[in-house]
Write a protein that binds this ligand. Structure first.
Ligand code: C2E
Ligand code: MG
Ligand code: MG
Length: 581
């Protein structure tokens, strides 16, 4: 009996082909399907017989036909093993299967006479890859483009002369006070708010503009085909106005206003990073100027921001190197013209620029948060100084200026208690000077804190009264002991003009509320005379003394009542260094 090996081999081969999950196909040199395995029915839905004799190209996606047809007619026929290819094949329902095909050229094998193509369905993997790609280029929370995609798309736009000619602009948006929402309502509320913002942002844009979320509460937009600055501005105005409406998040009404910086590429500008930096810089400028608005980038902004960053760095060093010092300005009882207190005023002994007043740096340290440790140090320093002066002098009070940022810090109450305790002074001798603007923020929490401070015994002064919101309701609402009448009002008193009617009215009102008044910036005898006449309780100013270092102040204390030859000594030019923070 002749061995039936070939028959067995052939049966095995057939069975393998028929049961394979891949589609096995033989395509002739002219491109028609000569054979296709039955698996094609399961994978593509077509009957095998229906396909045989038809052009393989008919199964291919039109885009793939463009390269695959010449490939199969040419290169594929001149090699033995075909390189693996990926293409899309038409399912019977018209949808597309992503196939990956390996093949052999058996054209010169008379038993086959064709290209043998084995195609595997990789649709699932493809979908996963697409999902991963989407993930890599989109923000998971809002579905907007992410930073990576945004950068690439801006880069592509910058390199395309047609799009450049039609006008491009980049907007950077940063939500104002988003941290407050996150801190007070929780992260899930914060997330929800970001989704709301993304929706509103999209509602302001055209389909071909690209909105992106590029960081925590930072968004960006690429505007394409914006012919003029006015067009860009119109979009910014629209965004500002839709974000002006509060959102309802988990039952609470919250605001998510934004500061918007705009950068338009210059003619020769191709650097995507520089463009984004410019948008960021102008956004930062809006933030500093009061938020909830927009501005276009200008060259000078960059310099200014660099200066601020430089100042921030210097200030951090100043904290580490104890470069701060405190000056003390006497507060006089007006009737007796004797010293009843001191106001602690912060100075920075700058290594090269000399002694700097708070006007040069207080805004920065409030913004960057350094005011919290610095303010704590001032408080400790002032308490210790007060204790020191007690020896040999009549007891006076100490006033310390407090920023909004300090009131919001969790440790503030403890800081005050510790400052007084460590120095061994009665908290009732301490007056905290707070501006109306600081009280405006977060009223409930502030009210609570002020109540606690009152329990501790410290006195509260409303500083710069009349320059802020000047709401008389503050006098009722907050437990204020002292009102400090701002210098601008004191300037005109006693000059016989109408202007002094205002400070007079404030003083009268405070008397009715049993609130003490302290006039700031008394420089002239006539001002003092008038204030004494209307019953202002206390005052400070250059007429009595400039802010002094501790020793000079002590000399003044020894004298106790004011006399011009002692009090008006100008500030010493080489002040003592601060004693650690
Ligand atoms: P302020 O609390 O209203 O302090 C009074 C300011 O008026 C001081 O300016 C003082 O030097 C100045 N002054 C006093 N008498 C006269 C006068 O007769 N004429 C004129 N023209 N000015 C007078 P300074 O020291 O430059 O402080 C400015 C502001 O900086 C303070 O205003 C206060 O708001 C803030 N500040 C000062 N020290 C601190 C601090 O330790 N912490 C905080 N958070 N703020 C501080
Ligand atoms: Mg003050
Ligand atoms: Mg003041």
């Amino acid at each position: 009996m002749p061995p039936d090996r070939p028959g067995l081999e052939e049966r095995r081969f057939r069975s393998l082909v028929q049961h394979a999950s891949d589609i096995i196909m033989i395509v002739g040199a002219e491109g028609s399907i000569r054979y296709v395995s039955p698996s094609v029915q399961r994978v593509l839905g077509h009957q095998a017989q229906a396909l045989e004799g038809r052009a393989f190209a008919d199964l291919l996606h039109p885009e793939d036909q463009e390269w695959a047809v010449p490939f199969l007619a040419g290169p594929a026929q001149s090699c033995r093993q075909l390189p693996p290819v990926a293409w899309r094949l038409r399912r019977v329902d018209g949808s597309w299967l992503h196939g990956e095909t390996v093949g052999s050229n058996l054209l010169d094998d008379p038993a086959v006479a064709g290209l043998v193509l084995a195609t595997r369905d990789v649709s699932e993997r493809k979908t996963l890859e697409e999902r991963l790609a989407h993930h890599a280029f989109h923000d998971g929370l809002t579905g907007l483009a992410n930073r990576q995609q945004f950068q690439e798309r801006v880069q592509a736009a910058l390199l395309d002369p047609r799009r450049r000619a039609s006008g491009l602009a980049v907007l950077f948006l940063d939500l104002d006070d988003f941290k407050t929402v996150n801190d007070s309502l929780g992260h899930s509320a914060g997330d929800e708010l970001l989704i709301h913002v993304a929706h509103r942002l999209k509602s302001c844009l055209r389909a071909h503009d690209l909105p992106a979320r590029i960081g925590g509460d930072e968004f960006a937009v690429l505007l394409d085909g914006v012919g003029s600055q006015e067009e860009v501005e119109a979009v910014a105005v629209r965004i500002v106005s839709v974000l002006d409406e509060p959102h309802t998040v988990q039952g609470s009404e919250v605001l998510a206003r934004a500061s918007i910086g705009i950068a338009v590429p210059e003619v020769d500008e191709h650097d995507v990073d520089a463009l984004l930096r410019n948008a960021d810089t102008s956004m930062y400028t809006v933030k500093r100027a009061g938020k909830a608005s927009y501005t276009f980038f200008e060259r000078t902004m960059h310099e200014r921001v660099m200066q601020q960053l430089q100042l921030d760095a210097e200030l951090r060093h100043a904290v580490d190197r104890n470069e701060f010092v405190v000056r003390y300005q006497p507060i006089m009882q007006l009737e007796s013209e004797t010293i009843v207190g001191a106001e602690a005023l912060l100075r920075w002994q700058h290594p090269t620029r000399g002694l700097l007043g708070p006007g040069e740096f207080i805004d920065r340290v409030e913004e960057n948060g350094l005011i919290v440790p610095i303010g704590r140090w001032v408080l400790e320093q002032a308490c210790r100084q007060l204790r020191h002066w007690d020896a040999g002098h009549e007891r006076i009070g100490m006033s310390v200026n407090i920023s909004a940022r300090q009131l919001q810090s969790e440790t503030f109450l403890t800081d005050v208690r510790r400052g007084a305790d460590a120095a061994g002074i009665d908290p009732r001798r301490l007056t905290l000077e707070i501006t109306e603007t600081a009280l405006m923020q977060d009223t409930d929490a502030t009210m609570d804190l002020l109540g606690q401070l009152k329990l501790l015994g410290v006195r509260l002064a409303l500083d710069d009264f009349g320059t802020g919101y000047s709401s008389l309701s503050y006098l009722r609402r907050f437990p204020v002991d002292v009102v400090k009448i701002d210098r601008v009002f004191v300037e005109d008193v006693g000059g016989g003009s109408e202007e002094s009617a205002l400070p007079d009215a404030i003083i009268a009102l405070c008397q009715a509320f049993r609130i003490e008044t302290v006039a700031e910036g008394i420089e002239l005898r006539r001002q003092l005379d008038h204030l004494q006449a209307v019953g202002c309780h206390a005052g400070q100013g250059f007429y009595f003394s400039r802010p002094l270092d501790a020793e000079a102040f002590e000399r003044l204390l020894s004298k106790r009542s004011w006399s011009s030859d002692l009090g008006n000594v100008p500030m010493k030019s080489t002040p003592r260094r601060g004693a650690g923070m």
